[in-house]
Write a protein that binds this ligand. Structure first.
Ligand code: NAD
Length: 487
């Protein structure tokens, strides 16, 4: 069976525009390898045209001074996505192989960001201060300008909206650079803009193509005021270096290697199913995945036996079968990367379950890997220290609270963490010691539009979501008024 999302040119200055190269690139699904979309293979010329359109719109359109219009535009676009949610979620599952229910959830997450920031557009307060008896200081929040929004492939729609919605709500104009593997579904969402009349021409532009060309051209362009990047640490570092040349603002949401700590007094009936969902959602291709589990030694044997039994009952396969609990890897390249880590793990630790690519049951043309658990890998193993970004859980034991904290914090990442205990004092104590942007207590991956996420250490700069998630797309202007009449 095949499914076609569509064929897309670039969206520049309100027009679907042929790429300068005249070339297109196909995207193939990881369900069965069939072609699902075709998108423009763009170059620097296309980026220049999109930046010029976004700059013109920022300077002249009825946008940056009109928060009510921005609010209505975002809300109406959200309404259009909601009206088309089944088609979009189906396309998303075909594009990246994740189960339909997860794609539906991703679309709902994206719509949630649009609605939350549609409201925020009208409540973007500055502040003021009576500095002395003749001076009033007014601090305004103004848009930064033209924003390059660079998106990864694992959650191509939620992560697009998590950042583009607040950027627009704050009055900026945008150029979207989708990930190559998921450009089709991103462009489909952009195409639905045609049903929303409130966006002035040039406020939103989208250019597809290789990151090293299109992303790089955006990062280096003198008329782009800010880069909003979600992706890997390696590319994040490149962007950080390149932004220095034009002193661009940037926000970086990068990778993770998060640990969940399960203490002996944890409610295992809650911790066990959450352990599965916190690593196997989107086959482990989630930045906040709890890819490490630290279990108190006294409960380890019991916990691991139950974990193994639950994993053996998981159903990996067709994203459109409601019994499926885990889908495909999002890209063939990512599957190869993960399989290499698994081979290394087999020589360094004990394989509890899984460990192979799935080729039976009609899945041989797709990119499916068994849910995999390793036990007792050394702390300096690449599987513990590096982001595998796949369905691979690494379990280690600990004896004391201090040891658990040290192991959890013992990587270069700091995106998220989890603590499982019924002792509230311990939960607060350990939660505060986690060097991570989020610590979930007795839950995991509870992500809300209203609440910030982001990284400590090499997991990034800034926060996405919530109030911080819109404030970062503003400049603070100090308007200083002297009302002294006695000179
Ligand atoms: P990636 O860094 O390879 O690519 C991300 C985007 O950057 C893509 O659109 C790509 O085309 C573009 N790009 C590549 N080279 C570029 C360059 N030189 N200049 C500008 N842009 C360039 O990441 P990925 O493989 O698409 O995504 C997976 C990574 O993203 C993982 O590390 C994951 O943890 C991370 N991620 C982080 C978050 C978060 O919120 N912290 C969310 C999702 C994913």
């Amino acid at each position: 069976m095949t499914y076609v999302i569509g064929e897309f040119k670039n969206y520049i200055n309100g027009e679907w525009t042929e790429p300068h190269s005249g070339e297109y690139q196909e995207q193939f699904t990881t369900i069965d390898g069939s072609s699902v979309s075709k998108c423009a293979h763009s170059d620097v010329e296309d980026v220049n045209a999109a930046v010029a359109a976004a700059k013109q719109a920022f300077e002249t359109a009825d946008w940056k001074e009109n928060p009510r219009k921005r609010s209505k535009a975002l809300q109406n676009w959200a309404n259009v996505l909601r009206a088309n949610i089944n088609e979009l979620a189906t396309g998303l599952s075909w594009q990246v192989g994740k189960p339909f229910k997860e794609s539906f959830g991703e679309m709902m997450g994206a719509i949630g960001y649009m609605e939350y920031y549609a409201a925020s557009a009208r409540t973007l307060y500055g502040s003021n201060m009576s500095v002395d008896d003749v001076t009033l200081s007014v601090l305004l929040r103004e848009p930064v300008g033209v924003i390059g929004v660079i998106v990864p492939w694992n959650y191509p729609i939620t992560l697009l909206m998590r950042d583009m919605a607040p950027a627009l709500a704050a009055g900026n104009t945008c150029i979207v650079k989708p990930a190559g593997q998921t450009a089709g579904i991103t462009m489909k969402v952009i195409e639905l803009l045609g049903q929303v009349e409130e966006f002035p021409i040039g406020v939103i532009n989208a250019v597809s193509g290789p990151g090293s060309v299109v992303g790089d051209a955006l990062t280096g362009h003198p008329d782009v005021d800010m880069i909003d990047f979600t992706g890997s640490v390696g590319v994040g570092k490149t962007i950080m270096r390149e932004c220095a040349d034009t002193m661009k603002k940037m926000t970086l949401e990068l990778g993770g290697k998060s640990a969940s700590i399960v203490f002996a007094d944890a409610d295992l009936d809650k911790a066990l199913p959450n352990t599965l969902s916190s690593i196997f959602t989107n086959a482990g291709q989630l930045c906040t995945s709890a890819s490490r589990l630290l279990i108190e030694e006294t409960r380890a044997e019991d916990f691991l036996a139950q974990l193994k039994s639950r994993i053996e009952k998981m159903v990996v396969g067709n994203p459109f079968d409601s019994n499926t609990t885990m889908g495909a890897m999002n890209t063939p390249q990512q599957m190869e990367t993960v399989l290499k880590y698994i081979e290394q793990g087999k020589s360094e630790g004990e394989l509890l379950v899984g460990g192979e690519r799935i080729l039976s049951g009609g899945l041989d043309k797709g990119c499916f890997i068994e849910p995999t658990v390793f036990v007792n890998l050394p702390q300096d193993s690449a599987l513990i220290q590096e982001e595998i970004f796949g369905p691979v859980l690494c379990v280690n034991t600990f004896k004391t609270e201090e040891e658990a904290v040290e192991l959890a914090n013992g990587t270069d990442f700091g995106l998220a963490s989890g603590v499982w205990t019924q002792d509230i004092n311990k939960a607060i104590r350990v939660g505060k010691k986690m060097r991570a942007g989020t610590c979930w207590v007795n839950c995991y991956n509870r992500l809300f539009n209203e609440c910030e996420t982001g990284g400590y250490k090499q997991s990034g700069l800034d926060r996405a979501g919530g109030v911080e998630g819109i404030n970062k797309f503003t400049e603070v202007k100090h308007l200083c008024l002297d009302y002294n009449e006695n000179y």
